[in-house]
Design a binder for this molecule. Structure first.
Ligand SMILES: [Zn+2]
Length: 302
């Protein structure tokens, strides 16, 4: 009889644990969670920003930014660049704006898919040097391109392997500054131009995450990419397009199915931020988010 009681107790406890675990995971995927997403926008040339400029962003409703690095050169002027970064961080913090992410420069001289090993080693070193600014800017994410373009067909396999290896090395480097490396999905012939290639880049690279640029997907629907890549997506670039090429339009001006995009992000457990990378003023972007959010919440009520 005692044994029977023990079995009953274990059974009931297991049921309770299952129930709580289940309700916890359900809780993480509620559509209303979009109300808690931080809202961000990409900004370049922050060295020209004063505290008031950050305050304006905050007043418009933004919580965070992605920082572009145009005009900053850590290789040529390390000390000056560090001072600039410190000052940017202080001004942003004073206004209550978080530096969520930094966009790593791209181009031939930053191409981590360079097949020549000696050249690639130099490119990796240049990234290492650049990442030292994280000490002063304290970003959560570093956004990187898997390659420059065009990638010729006969170089694709070699460039894919080079990119994958570089990502592993640089994710480890980013980790030294408590930042995560996120590889961005890209258009056209670039490495990482669809969900299959992005997932292949992540194989064995357990520290590498994904930045979903919703207007870069030319070979599959954005919502399908999000469904396939799922919880690997930890940051976004938000804009609209015509499905033909990247356009970086304000959401609503193109063909994007925003309810499906936001819905699949919620299902993937995405926690924000909703990071604009498009044309438009801060006020226009914030109006845009309010409309996308209310349209989405209304669509799931039905
Ligand atoms: Zn982008």
């Amino acid at each position: 009889m005692q044994n029977f009681n023990r079995v009953v107790v274990i059974f009931v406890l297991s049921l309770l644990i299952f129930f709580f675990a289940y309700s916890f995971t359900q809780k993480q995927h509620r559509p209303e969670d979009v109300n808690n997403w931080k809202i961000g926008t990409s900004v370049s040339e922050l060295q020209n920003y004063e505290v008031e400029d950050f305050v304006k962003l905050k007043q418009a409703g933004f919580d965070c930014i992605e920082m572009g690095l145009r005009g900053l050169n850590v290789t040529e002027n390390p000390e000056e660049t560090y001072e600039t970064c410190k000052s940017i961080y202080e001004k942003a913090s004073t206004a209550g704006i978080e530096i969520w992410s930094i966009h790593i420069p791209y181009g031939r001289s930053w191409d981590i898919s360079e097949p020549d090993e000696t050249k690639r080693a130099d490119i990796i070193d240049k990234h290492r040097e650049l990442f030292t600014i994280c000490k002063y800017l304290k970003p959560e994410k570093l956004v990187i391109h898997g390659s420059f373009e065009p990638v010729p067909d006969d170089e694709r396999a070699a460039r894919f392997e080079a990119s994958k290896e570089s990502l592993g090395i640089l994710a480890n480097e980013a980790g030294k500054y408590d930042a995560q490396l996120t590889v961005e999905c890209l258009p056209r012939t670039c490495i990482g131009h669809d969900s299959k290639e992005i997932l292949a880049l992540l194989e064995g690279n357990y520290d590498v995450e994904v930045c979903c640029d919703v207007n870069h997907l030319l070979f599959e629907k954005t919502e399908d990419f999000i469904e396939t890549v799922g919880s690997h997506i930890t940051t976004l670039h938000i804009s609209d397009y015509d499905g033909e090429d990247e356009r970086h339009w304000l959401p609503g001006q193109g063909i994007m199915n925003w309810n499906a995009v936001i819905g699949n992000l919620v299902s993937a457990g995405y926690q924000g931020p909703f990071m604009f990378e498009c044309s438009g003023t801060p006020e226009e972007k914030m109006e845009c988010w309010k409309k996308l959010k209310s349209d989405f919440l209304r669509s799931v009520e039905k």
